[in-house]
Design a protein around this ligand. Structure first.
Ligand code: FE
Length: 461
């Protein structure tokens, strides 16, 4: 049983996008159809069929292309769209069927259940029940079995009396969590969970997700090796030192000496030398002058500031911000803000409590969304994608993946449900970063469609 059980992959779209990648690779390498065919040992007609999507490239043809051209196998493969309706539903019954119990330290420790996952997004969210019960809050309780950490970032939502243990800089911590509390945590930090009693449900929604470290960045760094990868790592803990390192990096990129930079910025060289250390911050006019001289945006000179003491952000539900939306006086929804961090400005955790019966305002966001019905009553969800409105009823324990920019509305089946209806909503940014969004808007008109599915050579013969 996998998360794809309730989904269907768009095969025709995959084949079109694959053909587009072959055409785009040939364009990038300045190979017309006959030159590409000659390189790969095909007839011109067979090569043309691959570019047009009339025939599927064989594994041998992929091997030949990678051997002959400076490309990787993955450059020739698109991703699958398993969400052609804009929303992928995963029912509680499928979640239950995916249940598996793993032991740690010789005893049953966790029961895992899959929830909604899509091939379009890096969410890997699991429902996890704590089977180990402890009677104290000691980090060295022999029943506490630590993991070794993992790559994915983890947003965790707690239900019931769960103890959360985490380790940072060699120091172990424990927090007593309650229903609605949430945590955001960094990759590879060891952590674990136990239940404080076995008389009430104790589980978490462990919403792991990849972010900037996944995909191309990870593959590029892994291929270059640890010595080069380590030089890319910036120390975020001292914003002044990071600001100086960013500026030094721009000078290295542009091969500018301090003297040349001083001449271009009209900032005295002694002052510039100080600005290249963490001791002094540039004033706004100096930042503008440096950005102009470098030909970059001012934001490119600013450090990213994070706020995760001990590698985590803990948010207690009872003190979390709450607000009505979109009209605070007669809201369709009540939101509660959950754990998040400045390192991921496009990650947001929310509780959504629908307040309306029959209709509600549709909500749209550029983020990928994961939703789980954590309440005890059904919630009706309406969404529009490709000009078609669809409706589904989310029962307790059902979960959903929602594609970016798909407007969704949530409402109650009856007023009696208002106090028991609640959706957990985790929103994450995808690989389309702010830089990519600017680049999308900056292309020559007509470029967007060709970026997605290149359908022609770069010149007409
Ligand atoms: Fe984890």
């Amino acid at each position: 049983m996998t998360a794809s059980k309730t989904s269907s992959v768009d095969t025709a779209g995959f084949q079109r996008r694959r053909a587009g990648l072959w055409q785009a690779v040939a364009n990038d390498l300045k190979r017309n159809t006959s030159a590409a065919a000659l390189d790969l040992g095909l007839s011109e007609q067979d090569m043309s069929d691959v570019f047009a999507g009339r025939s599927a490239p064989s594994a041998e043809l992929v091997d030949a292309a990678v051997a002959r051209w400076p490309i990787n196998e993955r450059d020739l493969l698109p991703i699958n769209n398993d969400c052609p309706d804009g929303v992928l539903l995963y029912r509680a019954v499928d979640s239950l069927a995916s249940a598996r119990v793993f032991q740690r330290g010789g005893a049953d420790y966790y029961e895992y259940r899959d929830t909604a996952m899509s091939r379009l997004s890096s969410f890997r969210p699991e429902w996890i029940r704590m089977l180990q019960v402890v009677d104290d809050d000691r980090v060295d309780n022999p029943g506490v079995q630590w993991n070794q950490g993992h790559l994915l970032y983890q947003f965790t939502y707690f239900v019931g009396p769960v103890n959360y243990y985490y380790r940072w800089d060699g120091e172990s911590h424990v927090r007593r969590m309650h229903t609605g509390d949430s945590v955001w945590g960094l990759p590879f930090s060891p952590h674990t969970f136990t239940a404080r009693n076995d008389s009430e449900p104790a589980f978490i929604l462990a919403l792991t997700y990849g972010a900037e470290l996944m995909g191309d960045a990870r593959h590029e760094l892994a291929a270059m090796g640890p010595q080069i990868a380590a030089q890319f790592a910036w120390d975020w803990r001292d914003p002044a030192a990071l600001r100086a390192a960013i500026l030094r990096g721009h000078l290295d990129c542009a091969a500018l000496s301090t003297e040349e930079f001083a001449a271009r910025t009209a900032i005295p060289i002694d002052r510039l030398r100080v600005l290249l250390t963490p001791d002094k911050l540039p004033d706004p006019d100096e930042t503008t002058a440096m950005a102009v001289a470098l030909g970059v945006s001012e934001r490119d000179l600013l450090p990213i500031t994070a706020d995760h003491p001990d590698g985590v952000v803990v948010c207690e539900n009872k003190t979390a911000p709450r607000w009505g939306y979109p009209n605070p006086k007669r809201p369709d929804y009540e939101f509660t803000e959950l754990a998040h961090n400045r390192l991921h400005p496009h990650t947001r955790g929310l509780e959504i409590r629908p307040r309306s019966v029959d209709t509600a305002a549709a909500i749209s966001t550029p983020q990928h969304q994961y939703l789980y019905n954590i309440g005890s009553t059904p919630i009706v969800m309406r969404w529009t994608h490709g000009g078609t409105m669809r409706v589904a009823t989310l029962a307790p324990g059902d979960s959903v993946y929602v594609m970016p920019f798909v407007p969704c509305a949530y409402h109650l089946e009856s007023d009696a449900d208002a106090d028991t209806a609640c959706l957990l909503d985790l929103r994450i940014g995808g690989t389309v970063t702010p830089e990519a969004r600017i680049a999308l808007g900056a292309m020559h008109p007509g470029g967007l469609e060709r970026l997605l599915e290149e359908d022609r050579p770069w010149y007409r013969e």
